[in-house]
Every structure is written in structure tokens, then in C-alpha cells.
Write a protein that binds this ligand. Structure first.
Ligand SMILES: [Zn+2]
Length: 236
């Protein structure tokens, strides 16, 4: 695959392309927001570029639909030396035998203590409890902050649920309950606020239409940058 990019208005569209034995040019947007073009063998680059620009509105729409898609995480083994994240920072795991079962996050380390020789399953369970507990506090704190911003829009503070989700950072039910992915505690507070505010805006505007994005831009002018960082989460 070759790499190129075009500009559609002020928006830069990076994409990958490949020539193959096919009759028609096809453009695909993947859930991780990458754009892929497969073109017939004799298609000049200029023609590919024109097609990508022409499909700009459609690419934008697909990007928005994959909006809060959770990138695939590298598998974790819960062994010493491995890095784990909390609020956008990386910490190195150090598990040791000690007096009690505990998890501490300090000076660049996740220090996990277990009463018997630590094994990955036990370390994982302790760390998940720790994440869950911190997620509860941080998400409620960020929700309270975001609610200050939305109160002028007539949006009320919703109940929230925190749970592990495989494909999304967050969601909003038709009854107005907001669900946040436990994994989000690994992202920075700026990114957490983006997900929370995004779901809060859905309480007023359910779909991802222009009205929704106007509201987002008004309440969080740098939302596109935060979203970009959230989407890069898995590669950092
Ligand atoms: Zn949404």
C-alpha cells in the first residue's frame, strides 16, 4: 500500500492506495478511521486523488460514525516491566510479594503487592479493581465539570454506568443513560471530557448531524484535536 493525502476544503484526508486487477475504484473507511483506496491497474495518481476529494463528504460522514470507536488494544500479559496506562500516562508494572494485596501508582510505576508469589491473573484482577475504583471517582468528577458547561444548553446531568465495552468509548441510551467504557480511565482527562461531553450533547441532539457538531464546537472548540488523540490511543 502506498500512502498519500489530499485536502478536502480545510480537512486533510490521509489515505492508503493500491493498484490491483479490478474494474472499478473502491474507497473504504475502516473503523480505526484509515481510508483505503483500491484502483484498477492503469489509474493515474491524479485520478485517485480526485476521487478521494470527491468522496470527501462521505469520508467525513464515515469518520463521524466511527467516532467513539475503541481502537484495538495490544494484549496485556500482566508481567513485570510491561507498561500500563492511567490518565494518559504510561507506568511500568512491578509486582512483588508483600504483606497485603495492594496496588499503588506512583513515580512512574504501578506497584502491585500480593501475599503469595504474584501471578498474572491475580495481578490483573487487582489492577482492574484499582482502575474501576479510580474510574468511578474520576468519571464523576469530570461529569460534574462537563455539566457546568452544558447547563446553559438546558441539558441535565444524566445517570452514568461504567463497564467494560469491546468496541466503544462511550454510549448514550434512548432513555438518557450514559455508559462509559472502563478503558477510558487510561486516556487523558482532556480525552475523557471529550467522550463525556459528546454523550451529553446526544441528550439534546441524538444523531451526528451538523446540529450536533455545531453544539460540540460551541461547547468544546478544540474537540477535533481531542478526538484525534483519542483515536491514536492504541499507537502511542
Ligand atoms: Zn456520538
Amino acid at each position: 500500500m502506498e500512502r498519500d493525502n489530499v485536502c478536502w476544503g480545510r480537512i486533510k484526508i490521509p489515505y492508503f492506495y493500491e493498484h490491483s486487477k479490478r474494474k472499478l475504484l473502491a474507497i473504504t473507511v475502516h473503523p480505526d478511521l484509515t481510508v483505503e483506496v483500491r484502483a484498477p491497474l492503469d489509474t493515474p495518481l491524479e485520478a485517485i486523488r480526485q476521487r478521494v476529494v470527491k468522496r470527501g463528504p462521505w469520508i467525513q460522514k464515515a469518520w463521524r460514525e466511527f467516532e467513539l470507536y475503541l481502537p484495538k488494544q495490544p494484549p496485556r500479559r500482566y508481567i513485570n516491566g510491561e507498561t500500563h496506562r492511567y490518565l494518559g500516562r504510561q507506568y511500568r508494572l512491578r509486582a512483588d510479594r508483600g504483606k497485603g494485596n495492594s496496588v499503588k501508582c506512583l513515580r512512574g510505576f504501578f506497584l502491585v503487592t500480593t501475599t503469595s508469589e504474584p501471578n498474572p491473573g491475580q495481578v490483573q484482577a487487582l489492577m482492574e479493581d484499582w482502575y474501576r475504583c479510580h474510574a468511578y471517582h474520576v468519571f464523576h468528577e469530570r461529569l460534574a465539570e462537563c455539566c457546568k458547561v452544558i447547563s446553559l444548553e438546558g441539558i441535565k446531568k444524566p445517570p452514568i454506568t461504567i463497564r467494560k465495552m469491546k468496541t466503544r468509548w462511550g454510549s448514550c441510551s434512548s432513555k438518557g443513560r450514559v455508559t462509559l467504557n472502563l478503558e477510558l480511565i487510561k486516556a487523558s482527562k482532556e480525552c475523557i471530557d471529550y467522550v463525556i461531553l459528546h454523550e451529553l450533547c446526544h441528550l439534546k441532539v441524538p444523531s451526528h448531524g451538523p446540529k450536533f457538531w455545531r453544539l460540540m464546537a460551541k461547547l468544546m472548540p478544540d474537540y477535533e484535536e481531542r478526538r484525534r488523540r483519542l483515536n491514536l490511543f492504541a499507537d502511542v
